[in-house]
Design a protein around this ligand. Structure first.
Ligand code: ZN
Length: 419
């Protein structure tokens, strides 16, 4: 066996074992806190809601394990099992030329992978979300979404792929720098275009109607020196009763979006506090920092790909007979997540740090008590567990666990009043 085959298989095995171990820890931890609401939430969250959150979290974790096993099996079949090789040989029989057959191979493999993963998406929406009362998606909406996304991915993906494969084939040793520039420009255009042109294909966005709430929000935006295209409400309730708020776009195209489901369940004070938190992400430059981080990461990824592409062992150790730019790109996209998995806790930690900073900002610019009560509502309504396993949380969670986050808010508020 090739040395790299052994390394790859060891990383696959290790990531599956760590994944299953963390999932088991999470389930046991949630189960062991099943009978009692944590003291910090007593009186705020009913035992019934606490147990619903536990059941919901465990149901998702159990499916997550089957999905992990399935995805791992597919990954092995595509690579060392010779799946990519088979598709590559089939297309090369048509002699379309390097660029067209490259696009055809990558699209065939990605299309088949998405079809093979569809059962999990269906099960998630129509079984789990349905059972816990979150699903509002009709079959019709689900199918429309699927067709629209497929068309969108094709319309945007083919030109991008053609540009990158073209550079890989023809622009010499520094192709990875040019390809990275194309990739970054594409990403920036997407961030800019998404709120105005892409998201409206799937949802309806309307300006916030409630006049009193609107005035409060506009005052807050002005206080924080934030210029935007305004505050929008999205009809999230068409698909799910989960609630959320987010901040999107950049430059003049930025906007704040509230889910209609969130506005229904929160008071004006709470909406203002949630918005202040979102503004905190903007004011503390979290968006710029994440963009910088992802541009450095993608530069490194292209540089590594350039090195792998010119190494014969890379193809042979992953089941591909003929070296080609498209095989290198496809193999790289497939195996990279296995290695990145082990550094993902660093990204989760950075994200949690940003959440703390945004909470601090919200504390200084609005009412922290309203933020706490909004968080409690969000945890209850989204059936998020209040008792995650600490190691599972450290590995995956983009947001600090509820207890720690609320403690942090109370601590900074106490420090602020004693200073
Ligand atoms: Zn946040």
């Amino acid at each position: 066996m090739h040395l790299f085959t052994t390394i790859f298989l060891s990383f696959v095995a290790a990531s599956v074992l760590v994944g299953l171990w963390l999932s088991q820890r999470q389930i046991s931890h949630i189960r062991s806190h099943y009978t009692r609401v944590p003291a910090a939430f007593a009186g705020k969250i009913a035992l019934e809601d606490h147990q619903r959150a536990a059941n919901y979290s465990c149901a998702k974790l159990r499916v997550g394990r089957i999905s992990l096993a399935w995805e791992t099996l597919l990954l092995l079949l595509w690579t060392v099992g010779g799946g990519i090789n088979l598709i590559d040989q089939w297309w090369s029989g048509y002699e379309f030329g390097a660029l067209i057959s490259g696009i055809a191979v990558i699209f065939s493999v990605l299309l088949m992978s998405s079809i093979l993963n569809l059962p999990f998406s269906l099960y998630h929406t129509f079984v789990i979300e349905e059972r816990f009362g979150f699903n509002q998606t009709s079959w019709q909406t689900w199918l429309q979404d699927l067709i629209k996304s497929a068309l969108l991915v094709t319309a945007l993906g083919i030109p991008l792929l053609a540009a990158i494969l073209g550079l890989m084939n023809q622009s010499g040793a520094n192709w990875w720098l040019y390809a990275w520039l194309v990739w970054m420009s594409f990403s920036l255009v997407m961030i800019w275009a998404c709120p105005a042109f892409i998201a409206p294909l799937f949802n309806k966005f309307s300006p916030l109607q409630d006049a009193a709430l609107r005035t409060r929000i506009e005052n807050l935006l002005q206080r924080c020196g934030f210029q935007s295209q305004g505050v929008f409400v999205v009809d999230g309730s068409r698909r799910s009763s989960h609630g959320n708020a987010y901040f999107t776009g950049f430059g003049r195209n930025k906007r704040i979006v509230f889910f209609d489901t969130l506005l229904e369940s929160l008071s004006e004070d709470e909406v203002e506090a949630v918005l202040a938190h979102e503004l905190g992400h903007f004011k503390r430059n979290h968006i710029k920092k994440s963009l910088l981080l992802s541009s450095v990461m993608s530069l490194a990824a292209f540089a590594i790909l350039a090195w792998l592409m010119s190494s014969a062992w890379f193809y042979h150790s992953l089941g591909v007979d003929a070296a080609s730019t498209h095989a290198a790109l496809l193999l790289f996209m497939m195996i990279m997540p296995v290695f990145v998995y082990f550094v993902s806790p660093l990204f989760s930690a950075l994200s949690r740090k940003h959440e703390f900073e945004a909470d601090e900002f919200a504390h200084f610019n609005s009412n922290y008590k309203a933020l706490i009560s909004a968080l409690v509502s969000l945890y209850r309504d989204n059936a998020s567990t209040l008792t995650p396993d600490p190691i599972h949380s450290m590995f995956y969670d983009s947001h600090p666990p509820a207890t720690i986050r609320i403690n942090h808010l109370e601590t900074i508020a106490a420090d602020g009043s004693s200073a």
